[in-house]
Design a protein around this ligand. Structure first.
Ligand code: PLP
Length: 411
């Protein structure tokens, strides 16, 4: 018998792609060391853990999911999503300032599916999305896999604060080089930096986008994965949305992963707003086609449970209370982290809410490596290390901050 492949069956461009996200690989290494008995602080994965190290869940969400399972949810959901779920996700966003009468939506497998939908339908093949210099890594993979690219603008001004001028330059660049723009903004609680735009920053961002939309088709994708963890920052875009809608398409990557602590259910939606009805009809066509041609239809059980959770007054009340406990849990860690970080002078953006913060470092790889040597796991990103405080017990915060200070100093 001949061993070894006679021909390569996998096409050349796909052969060496890493299937496992680097964050999941680091998490696995941390878990292996912890299982072998080492005291490990694992600040890698973007899931909210209780202080005892178990996944934080919301009992009402679990109950509703179990109750929703029946012969109907065993069947296919409509391709673009169940009407009840689409109405509920639109209503959820309209409560935060997105006018429901201008919205269309399609169900997606989590926010990831909504980002994929946007890249495919608001950019031509070969064109690039525009996002901040710090960004959630999978944007790059989603775009590349769809034959599109990723381009960035410097996220922060030298003294801190959002670099609105950088966004404007990026818009000019994209409009002149590709005749359209898809801008992806992940606020509130930006991953990986933890930054949330202020109301004033949103106003300036919206003005720049409105202006760009006068010259070319511009779509603004608001990746609001952490919307329910942003506190007052979650409504900071309320005045900005109408301004952007004067000339652009405003789309939201909505997901139940974080707001219902249901990462595994893969329930999400792309909610797109446009002032023109004919344009909305075209968006609906395009999104429905992509569903059919990609994942066909989404989780029926999840859509039913999440629409009930969003619309039933009693379930809404209970869910709100349980989520608030999780927000408070995270809030205590953030307060402890900010205090300890200020005491040792860590260089980082303003961090008020959300799952992550980035600590700036001259050499992120060296910082992360040094920290691993002392059993503390963070994720190196370009310009710093991402700290997933969502996964670290409050009692571990001092050890985490000491390791960060030492790791940055020695890098
Ligand atoms: N966007 C950001 C910034 C994220 O951090 C995540 C998840 O970690 C997502 C989108 C998508 O998550 P999901 O596909 O689980 O909804």
């Amino acid at each position: 018998m001949t061993t070894g492949a006679l021909f390569g069956s996998v096409v050349a461009g796909a052969r060496d792609r890493g299937g496992n996200d680097p964050i999941f690989a680091l998490n696995a290494e941390a878990a292996r060391r912890a299982a072998a008995g080492e005291a490990i602080v694992n600040a890698t994965l973007g899931v909210l853990m209780n202080d005892d190290g178990r996944l934080a869940v919301m009992p009402t969400v679990l109950e509703t999911l179990s109750r929703s399972l029946d012969a109907t949810t065993a069947g296919y959901a409509p391709i673009a999503g169940t009407p009840a779920f689409l109405r509920a996700s639109i209503a959820d966003l309209s409560a935060e300032g997105a006018p429901a009468d201008l919205a269309v939506a399609t169900a997606t497998p989590g926010g990831t599916g909504a980002i994929y939908q946007s890249v495919l339908n608001f950019l031509e093949p070969g064109q690039s999305l525009l996002t901040t210099s710090y960004f959630w890594g999978p944007y790059r993979e989603i775009a590349a896999h769809a034959g599109r690219g990723t381009d960035t603008f410097e996220m922060f001004q030298p003294g801190g604060g959002f670099n609105v001028g950088g966004l404007q330059d990026g818009l000019e660049r994209h409009i002149s080089s590709q005749g359209r723009a898809l801008v992806v903004l992940n606020f509130p609680c930006h991953n990986p930096t933890g930054y949330s735009l202020t109301r004033d920053e949103w106003r300036s961002v919206a003005e720049r986008l409105r202006h760009a939309g006068e010259r070319a088709p511009v779509t603004v994708l608001l990746d609001c994965a952490y919307l329910r963890f942003g506190g007052s920052a979650s409504t900071a875009w309320a005045d900005a949305v109408p301004t952007m809608l004067e000339t652009t398409t405003v789309a939201f990557a909505w997901t139940a992963s974080k707001s219902f602590a249901q990462y595994g259910a893969r329930v999400g939606a792309l909610v797109a707003l446009h002032r023109d009805e004919a344009e909305r009809a075209q968006i609906t066509n395009a999104l429905g086609y992509t569903c059919r041609a990609t994942w066909s239809n989404c989780n029926h059980l999840g859509q039913r449970a999440v629409s009930d959770l969003l619309t039933d007054p009693e379930l809404r009340r209970r869910t709100h209370r349980e989520r608030q406990e999780l927000v408070d849990l995270l809030g205590r860690r953030i307060a402890a982290f900010n205090e300890a970080a200020a005491a040792v002078g860590l260089d980082m953006p303003r961090y008020d809410s959300g799952f992550f913060v980035t600590v700036f470092s001259r050499d992120a790889q060296a910082t992360a490596t040094r920290m691993r040597e002392v059993g503390v796991y963070v994720v190196p990103v370009s310009g710093g290390v991402r700290v997933a405080l969502c996964a670290v017990a409050e009692s571990e915060v001092p050890r985490l901050v000491d390791a960060l200070a030492e790791g940055v100093r020695r890098a």
